[in-house]
Structure formats: structure tokens, C-alpha cells
Write a protein that binds this ligand. Structure first.
Ligand code: CUA
Length: 157
């Protein structure tokens, strides 16, 4: 065999092997994406059995990086709680889930705009620096009562 031919065959084989290795690695990692991105799951049929969502609302956080956890259940066609008071200056981690269909969870005047999906808990952390009211709206069409789905965050002094 010619010397250059040998080199090219070796290079070609190595490139193919490398390609297959990379493909294998990405396939393995790709399969674990949901867990790695930190999405929490919940059985949608047992949302009410979960202590956090039994009487959803504002609770003092056990974590040091935020002051409160705020739990919401979005269902057809309401949010629970229907209104929440938050002390101004607090950092709040909002957790939302749905026991039925996909709902939206948009807090007007903030960057909070998530989906409430059955089987998943969506979270968003933010600090409320100003007093005032923020309407919560459903921005995913969910049925006849879609437009009636509202709640309210009231930031108090
Ligand atoms: Cu819930 Cu639209």
C-alpha cells in the first residue's frame, strides 16, 4: 500500500470513530436533559395530596436565597390563591402547577410569564421592590372560562 494512502485511511477511520464517540456522548446526555435543567415533576392527579399545593399560598422559605415560597394551583378556571399579599422588598420563588390542562401564568408588570403544565412545577424567582398590585392572567387558551382566570399579587409596605 502507498504511504499516503495509509495515512488517509488512518485519518478517515479516526474521524469516523471520533464522530461516533461524539454522537454517543450527546445521545447519552441528551436523554438526561429534563433532569439536568432542574424541572420538577409532580403527579397531576395528586396535586392536592402534596403538602405544598394543599392550601397554596405564601410561606416563609426554608432556603437562604429567597424569603418566601409562593405556591399556586392553576386549574379550570381559577388560580388558588385568588389574591396574595407580599411584603415589599421580599424575594419570592413562585411555584405553579396544574391538575388538569395547560394554563398560563403571567404576572402583569413583571418578567413572570410561565406555563402551568400538568405534571410539572414551573418556578420563577424575583424580588418585589415596589408596592402595588399585579394582575395574574392566563395566557394559554384552556376552555370556556379562560378569560375569567385571574389572581392578584398585592405588594404591601
Ligand atoms: Cu387557564 Cu386559559
Amino acid at each position: 500500500m502507498h504511504k499516503y494512502e495509509k495515512i488517509w485511511i488512518t485519518l478517515g477511520t479516526s474521524a469516523l470513530a471520533l464522530f461516533l464517540i461524539i454522537l454517543g456522548i450527546s445521545a447519552v446526555h441528551g436523554g438526561h436533559t429534563p433532569a439536568a435543567s432542574g424541572i420538577e415533576t409532580i403527579n397531576p392527579e395528586h396535586v392536592r395530596d402534596d403538602a405544598r399545593f394543599k392550601e397554596p399560598g405564601l410561606v416563609k422559605s426554608k432556603s437562604s436565597d429567597h424569603d418566601y415560597d409562593l405556591y399556586f394551583v392553576a386549574s379550570a378556571f381559577m388560580y388558588e390563591p385568588g389574591e396574595v399579599e407580599i411584603p415589599v422588598g421580599s424575594t419570592v420563588k413562585v411555584h405553579v402547577t396544574s391538575p388538569d390542562v395547560v394554563h398560563g401564568f403571567q404576572v402583569v408588570g413583571t418578567n413572570i410569564n410561565m406555563m402551568a403544565e400538568p405534571g410539572l412545577i414551573s418556578t420563577y424567582e424575583m424580588t418585589f421592590d415596589e408596592t402595588g398590585e399585579h394582575l395574574i392572567l392566563c395566557n394559554e387558551y384552556c376552555g370556556v372560562g379562560h378569560a375569567d382566570m385571574t389572581s392578584k399579587l398585592i405588594i404591601v409596605d
